[in-house]
Ligand binder design. Structure first.
Ligand code: AMP
Length: 282
C-alpha cells in the first residue's frame, strides 16, 4: 500500500495507475476503521482494478466542535487493517492540504429538500461540509467508482446529488450496513461508548426491527411511538425516529402498502450521537 499525503503526489500516482489501464474505486473515510469500512474496500476491489481509501477527519462537517475534537483517531490500527484488505493507496491529507484557503469562507451547494429533513435539519451545515470535502477529494481522485455505506443513508443521497451537480461520470456504489452480532451498526463513534452505553446502544436496532416487523398499510405513528419508547427505555435521548420514502426521503406517516420505505433513527447515548436506518419495503 502506498501512503500519500499531498494532492499533487496523489494526482501523479493515480495517473500512472490509469496509464496501466486500471480503473479506480474510492472509499472516503474519517478513520477509526472497522469491518464496515473494510466491506467498502472489498466492494471497491470487486468493481475496480485499484482501491484508494482516504482518512480525513473533515472539520467542516462537524456542527458540534466537541464532536470533532473527540472523534477517535487510531491510525496505526487503521493502516494494519487496510494492509490486510490489500488497499492500493491510502490518502492521508492534512486540513491545509484539503482546504488551502482555510475553512472560513467556503462555497455552498444547492441540496434542496435533502438539507431540510432528518440529518439535514438536526445537524445544520453538516451536509454542506460533506459536499465541500467530497468535491475536493473527487477533484483529485476522479474515481470510476465511489463506494459508500448505506449506514449513512441520507449522506448517500446527498453525494448522489453532488455527483449530478458536478456532472461527474463517477458511479456511486452503495454497500449494505455491517453490524455487530447484537445488531448495533458498526461506527467509529461506538469506541466512545462505555460498557453500559454499549449495551443500551442495541436499542436502535431493536426499534428499527420493531418498525419493520409491525409494518402494515395505514397509520405508522403508533409503531413509531413504540419504537421511540424503546429508545428511551435504553436511555437514549431521541433526536428523531421517522419513516420516509426510500427514494426521496419525503416523510411518510400513512403507508399505502406500496411505497418503498426506510426507517431512520438518530439518538444520543450519553454524549455520543448514533444514527442507523433500515429498509422496510422495496
Ligand atoms: P465514516 O468514516 O464514518 O465517515 O464512514 C466512511 C464510510 O464508511 C461511509 O460511506 C459510511 O457510510 C461507511 N460506513 C460506516 N459505517 C458503516 C457500516 N457499519 N457498514 C457499512 N458502511 C459503513
Amino acid at each position: 500500500m502506498t501512503i500519500i499525503r499531498s494532492r499533487s503526489a496523489l494526482v501523479k500516482y493515480l495517473d500512472l495507475l490509469r496509464q496501466r489501464g486500471g480503473t479506480i474505486a474510492f472509499v472516503p473515510t474519517m478513520g477509526a476503521l472497522h469491518r464496515g469500512h473494510m466491506a467498502l474496500i472489498a466492494e471497491g476491489r470487486k468493481t475496480s482494478t485499484f482501491v484508494v481509501c482516504s482518512i480525513f477527519v473533515n472539520p467542516t462537517q462537524f456542527n458540534d466542535p466537541r464532536d470533532f475534537e473527540r472523534y477517535p483517531v487510531t491510525l496505526e490500527e487503521d493502516i494494519r487493517q487496510l494492509l490486510l484488505e490489500e488497499t492500493d493507496v491510502l490518502f492521508l491529507p492534512s486540513v491545509d492540504e484539503i482546504y488551502p484557503q482555510g475553512i472560513k469562507e467556503l462555497e455552498t451547494y444547492d441540496l434542496g429538500y435533502l438539507e431540510t429533513v432528518l440529518e439535514g435539519s438536526s445537524r445544520p451545515g453538516h451536509f454542506q461540509g460533506v459536499c465541500r470535502v467530497m468535491r475536493r477529494l473527487l477533484d483529485v481522485i476522479q474515481p470510476d467508482t465511489l463506494v459508500m455505506g448505506q449506514k449513512d443513508y441520507q449522506q448517500c443521497m446527498v453525494v448522489a446529488r453532488l455527483l449530478k451537480l458536478l456532472q461527474m461520470k463517477t458511479s456511486l456504489h452503495l454497500s449494505p450496513t455491517v453490524r455487530e452480532e447484537d445488531g448495533l451498526a458498526m461506527s467509529s463513534r461506538n469506541l466512545r461508548l462505555d460498557m453500559a452505553q454499549r449495551k443500551d446502544a442495541t436499542g436502535i436496532y431493536e426499534s428499527l426491527q420493531y418498525i419493520k416487523t409491525h409494518l402494515a398499510p395505514g397509520d405508522l405513528s403508533p409503531n413509531i411511538r413504540v419504537a421511540t419508547d424503546k429508545l428511551v427505555l435504553h436511555h437514549f435521548r431521541v433526536v428523531y425516529v421517522q419513516v420516509a420514502d426510500a427514494r426521496t426521503l419525503e416523510l411518510v406517516s400513512t403507508w399505502n402498502g406500496q411505497q418503498p420505505l426506510v426507517a431512520l433513527i438518530a439518538a444520543f447515548q450519553g454524549e455520543v450521537r448514533l444514527i442507523d436506518n433500515m429498509i422496510l419495503s422495496q
